[in-house]
Each structure stands twice: as structure tokens, then as C-alpha cells.
Design a protein around this ligand. Structure first.
Ligand code: DAH
Length: 368
């Protein structure tokens, strides 16, 4: 509701019909003019309406100015009284305008804040947490088990010399056992002198050359063979090697260590057995088997109904290996073992095809 300037003008102009104006008449005109303006101010819907309303009442051409002019026609006494009434009316109007302006400002500010508000309650999916690859987890668990049995963990290079990988392990050039390993040679140095290691056994050679006995160590790592990938083979896989060299070490210590490891790693109900085998770097040699983890020993397709699964090879360190690294076989004896980490993970998790371990398919890797 806007105050009507013309209406204010007409109020201001209503002089006494007798021609003699009075303080009382002016005061009445002031009261009549002010009340509707106060109502209009209080009801002003926005700053612009408030400004127009305030100008109509208080501005130079506004209602109160018109009434002010009437003061000139009053006696000095009446003028003072009417002037005070006018001043008080102006103060009231100004205060009302200021109050309404503050209210409208507050409303506008609240609306602006609401429009600008950030919705901090929104939840977005966080970064996906990764996990170690199954082979790495298996390797870590094996290391923990052997460390718990008093072994240290050692590592060697993946690019090896022929001597470390073969010759020092009692496989001189042209030894038939070399044909068991489909070796990948590097085009580096004399022909067939540098290769990707075919097993972790050369780390035994490095350890025995680097430090005097006693030695109690496991050596995990990646090995390479020129194999065509299939459900049970990949050209790169991981092994863990074990080596003990001390005074008075016997085949009984080897069997006991293998069995202690088997029970510690696989839990109760899984045991081990040794069967005669041949490896050039151990004598006597054995293959060690563990209770089939799929059927618990009852016999199933995985273990060909035998109840046993072959895990790896082992044996007493061959005197020729001791000779190659300069350890006196009269003073020291020792045993070694080695097996595939991927194969172990495959058995433990009943993985049908080894190739998934190298495929990097997240649908597989994120299951572990
Ligand atoms: N190095 C053998 C292989 O890769 C496994 C092996 C057999 C390791 C007997 C040993 C051992 O330490 O004594 O087939």
C-alpha cells in the first residue's frame, strides 16, 4: 500500500474554513496524514515500495513539507506547538521507515543466504581401497611362517649368470638336467651366459658365497621359463627356496622342517610326506607332498584320488654344490627345498586356471 501524495496534499491544504489556521488544526492534519503513511510503511513489500512511500511523506514535495508550510500562517505560540507536533511526526515516520528497511534487508539477506547455501550433506563414493595381489599375499604369509620358525628372508637378482643358475648347482654345461628348464637367455655377454633365472636355487649359491654358515634362510622371488601358458603353467611365476647349513644337519631335520611348516601354514589336519626324487643339487633328493587341501586326504579329482598333492622338491645339499661355493662338506651339512608360490595359492583357493594370476582382471584380483 502506497501513501497517496495527493491525499496528503489535500490534508495539508485543509485550512480552517474561517481563514484563521490554528495549532490544533495543524496537529489534527498531521495526525490524519501520518497514520496512513505509517500503515503504508509497515506494509511496504520491498525496498522500492518503501522508498516511494517514504518520499511521498517525508520528501521535499511530501505531505509533511506541505504541512510545514502552514506553520507560516500561525501565531508564534501556535507555530511552536504545531512545529513540535510536526517534528515528532517526522521522527516517528523516519524511525518507522528505518525499522521497515531493516526488516526488508534481513528478509533479503536470508533469501540470499538460502540461495547460496552449500549442501554439505552430500556423500560421494570415496576412493576405492586397493589390496595386495594374491601372490604377494601368499608370499607374505609364507615369509611370516618361516620367520616364525627362525629363518631369515633373502633375495637375489632375476637376471642370473649361467654359473649361479646351473653350473654351481651341479649342472655343468651339457648336463641333461638342464633340459628340464626351458631357459630364456639374454643377448648380453658371451652366448648363453646371462639368463632369466629358471628357479630361486641360485640364491642359495649367492648366500653361501656371501656368508659363512650357519645359514637358515628362505628366498622368495620371481622365476622365468620359456613355457607356453596353459591352465598349470605361466612363463613367469614365483618360488620360495629354503636353505639350512649347519653342523650335524640330517635328513630327519629336513623332514621335520617340512612337516612343521606344512602344519603351521595349512593348519591342523594337513601333513606332509617325502618321496624319492632326483635333483642335481641335492643328494639324496625328494619330492614333498602334502595332504590334498581340496578333499582333506579322502581322494578327489585334483589329487587323482591319491589324497596327496605334490608341492616341491628338497634334499641334502650336494657335496659338489658345497665345493662350488667353498664350504667344507666334512664340517658342514645342509638341506634345501623349493616350491611354487603361485601353485600354492592355486591349491589353497582352488583356482582352476593359473593364467588369471597374471591377467590383471579386477574381477579376479579384487576377490582377495
Ligand atoms: N629348483 C627346483 C625347481 O625349480 C626346486 C627345488 C628342488 C629346489 C630341490 C630345491 C631343492 O632347493 O632342494 O624345480
Amino acid at each position: 500500500m502506497h501513501a497517496d501524495p495527493d491525499a496528503a496534499e489535500s490534508v495539508a491544504g485543509s485550512a480552517d474554513p474561517d481563514g484563521a489556521d490554528s495549532a490544533a488544526a495543524v496537529a489534527a492534519a498531521v495526525a490524519a496524514a501520518v497514520e496512513p503513511v505509517l500503515a503504508a510503511v509497515a506494509g511496504a513489500a520491498d525496498p522500492e515500495a518503501l522508498r516511494t512511500t517514504a518520499a511521498a511523506a517525508l520528501g521535499r514535495k511530501g505531505a509533511l513539507s506541505a504541512l510545514n508550510h502552514r506553520l507560516g500562517g500561525l501565531s508564534p505560540e501556535d507555530r511552536r506547538g504545531a512545529g513540535a507536533v510536526l517534528n515528532e511526526a517526522r521522527d516517528r515516520l523516519q524511525a518507522a521507515v528505518a525499522a521497515r528497511r531493516a526488516e526488508l534487508d534481513a528478509v533479503a539477506r536470508a533469501a540470499r543466504l538460502e540461495a547460496d547455501r552449500l549442501d554439505l550433506t552430500e556423500t560421494l563414493p570415496g576412493p576405492v581401497r586397493g589390496s595386495l595381489h594374491l601372490v604377494t599375499q601368499t608370499r607374505d604369509a609364507l615369509e611370516d611362517t618361516f620367520v616364525g620358525m627362525g629363518f631369515v628372508v633373502a633375495e637375489g637378482p632375476e637376471v642370473e649368470s649361467d654359473w649361479h643358475n646351473f653350473a654351481a648347482l651341479n649342472m655343468p654345461p651339457a648336463h641333461p638336467a638342464r633340459s628340464n628348464f626351458d631357459t630364456l637367455y639374454l643377448d648380453w655377454g658371451p652366448p648363453e651366459s646371462a639368463l632369466l633365472r629358471t628357479h630361486t636355487s641360485p640364491v642359495q649359491v649367492r648366500l653361501m658365497r656371501d656368508q659363512p654358515p650357519p645359514i637358515y634362510a628362505v628366498m622368495p622371488g620371481r622365476v622365468y621359463r620359456k613355457d607356453t601358458p596353459d591352465a598349470r603353467h605361466t612363463p613367469s611365476f614365483s618360488q620360495i627356496e629354503g636353505l639350512v647349513v649347519d653342523r650335524g644337519i640330517t635328513f630327519g631335520d629336513l623332514a621335520g622342517t617340512i612337516d612343521t611348516f606344512t602344519r603351521a601354514y595349512f593348519g591342523p589336519g594337513i601333513t606332509s610326506r617325502l618321496r624319492p626324487a632326483y635333483f642335481p643339487f641335492t643328494e639324496p633328493s625328494a619330492e614333498f607332498e602334502i595332504t590334498c587341501t581340496i578333499c582333506g586326504g579322502a581322494g578327489c579329482r585334483t589329487c587323482s584320488q591319491t589324497g596327496w598333492i605334490e608341492l616341491g622338491g628338497c634334499g641334502m645339499v650336494h657335496p659338489n654344490v658345497f665345493a662350488a661355493v667353498g664350504i667344507d662338506p666334512e664340517e658342514w651339512t645342509g638341506f634345501a627345498f623349493g616350491f611354487g608360490i603361485d601353485r600354492l595359492a592355486q591349491m589353497r583357493h582352488a583356482i582352476a586356471d593359473m593364467r588369471v594370476l597374471a591377467d590383471n582382471d579386477l574381477r579376479f584380483t579384487t576377490q582377495f
